[in-house]
Design a protein around this ligand. Structure first.
Ligand SMILES: NC(=O)C1=CN([C@@H]2O[C@H](COP(=O)(O)OP(=O)(O)OC[C@H]3O[C@@H](n4cnc5c(N)ncnc54)[C@H](OP(=O)(O)O)[C@@H]3O)[C@@H](O)[C@H]2O)C=CC1
Ligand SMILES: N[C@@H](CC(=O)OP(=O)(O)O)C(=O)O
Length: 370
């Protein structure tokens, strides 16, 4: 197969990456180099990187174990403006939330399709907030999103993916909601990796030998995004109906490079609740839509349930399935709620770039990129 041909034998879609030099942007580069359906066409970042070759722009800041891929080394990084990306079929955004709002909406107005990691449009009433392992059905609000804009874009849209800590927990929560009906109360305490704060993030002086018990805005995002993602799209595909769940989050930064660990306790609405064995089986048997659709980046197994008492661990488990799946362990009884367990997800893979890429793969399969 020629590198210009997609797996479906249609030409590969041209993609742009905004924030291509950053922590998430570098993961986009690796995921989209040699992708069967997409080819990297344009790269964007701030004015301090614009005008440089990608290799020069990331010199000293490339933090991946693999070298900068040959296909992007000499691409000139552009300012994040519409004319520089007008030929792109798809635009992935790993922009800081400051520029992300106006840049992403200007791209949508210019009829570009944007898959965003930034927080700006996640809770927008007409923007899907999609974790590809959980709720790709929410894409069906896209025609309504276009209809609410004036002028209405023919092709353009914004699809967001979730906060990285939200992403990790909603996968097992969705498996349990599907199997046992609505959840009631959820308590979660996070141990979040340094890479979640971007590069260079916290100074080593602040995070070595330490735990920081505060991440600005994170608890609020987990609490609101979870209800939207676990909720439904209305019958007319025009609005979202939140899941009737109450979430309480404690967020902490810990000295781990990649991989967010989260301790979850929850209760079900259903009485009596399912047994621990039933919970474990539901987690193991969960098959996400991205898998069913045969998406290139989808994990072969959505959730790995560990039986060992000391797993999952970030260093050992974050790269399972290239960081596209979610690890769960220590599923056990809870004295206050119905069940408790530990979740580990790769914050820069399924928590960020992998989710965006998988969302675009699903959109392609569902005809939203036609
Ligand atoms: N890291 C993570 O685990 C996750 C991050 N996110 C979200 O993804 C986004 C990117 O995060 P991350 O990669 O960690 O951040 P980084 O700080 O590592 O990277 C930010 C990127 O945005 C670019 N940028 C900054 N300001 C501007 C501007 N004014 N105009 C154009 N480009 C600009 C930077 O370019 P330059 O190099 O030129 O400065 C860089 O490419 C954020 O919105 C973040 O909240 C979401 C989920 C998880
Ligand atoms: N705040 C997250 C990462 C992130 O950027 O989240 P958001 O895109 O929701 O701001 C962390 O620090 O681990």
């Amino acid at each position: 197969m020629s590198s210009q041909q997609a797996s479906s034998s249609s030409p590969k879609r041209k993609v742009g990456i905004l924030g291509a030099t950053g922590t998430v942007g570098q993961r986009f580069i690796l995921l989209l180099t040699a992708h069967p359906d997409f080819e990297i066409h344009a790269l964007g970042a701030s004015s301090s990187s614009a005008g440089k070759s990608y290799a020069k722009a990331v010199a000293g800041r490339w933090k991946q174990a693999k070298a900068v891929p040959a296909n992007v080394r000499d691409l000139i990084v552009q300012e994040c403006t519409v004319p520089n990306f007008k030929d792109c079929d798809v635009v992935f955004s790993g922009l800081d939330s400051g520029p992300a709002g106006p840049v992403e909406s200007s791209f949508r107005e210019a009829d570009l399709r944007v898959f965003s990691n930034a927080k700006n449009y996640r809770m927008d009433p007409v923007c899907p907030l999609v974790v590809p392992l959980v709720n790709p059905g929410h894409f069906d609000i896209i025609p309504h999103q276009r209809a609410t804009l004036s002028p209405s874009p023919k092709k353009g849209f914004i699809i967001t993916n979730a906060n990285c800590s939200t992403t990790g927990i909603v996968v097992p929560l969705k498996a349990l909601q599907d199997a046992f009906g609505p959840l009631d109360k959820i308590m979660v305490s996070t141990m979040q990796a340094i890479s979640g704060a971007g590069y260079p993030g916290l100074s080593s002086f602040d995070i070595h030998d330490n735990v920081v018990p505060y991440i600005s805005g994170e608890e609020e995002k987990i609490e609101s995004e979870t209800a939207k993602i676990l909720g439904d799209l209305s019958k007319d595909n025009n609005s979202f109906v939140n899941a009737p769940v109450t979430v309480s989050a404690h967020c902490n930064r810990v000295p781990v490079i990649d991989g967010h660990t989260e301790c979850v306790s929850l209760s079900f609405q259903r009485r009596p609740p399912p047994s621990i064995e039933q919970v474990q089986a539901a987690l193991r048997n969960y098959v996400c839509d991205a898998q069913k659709l045969g998406c290139h980046s989808a994990p072969a197994q959505t959730i790995e349930v560990h039986d060992e008492p000391d797993r999952p661990q970030p260093r050992l488990d974050r790269d399972w399935q290239n960081g596209a799946g979610v690890n769960v362990g220590r599923v056990r009884d809870c004295k206050i709620f119905d069940v408790r367990f530990v979740v580990l997800s790769n914050n820069v893979q399924i928590g960020a770039a992998t989710s965006s890429v998988m969302n675009a793969e699903i959109a392609l399969k569902k005809g939203y990129l036609d």
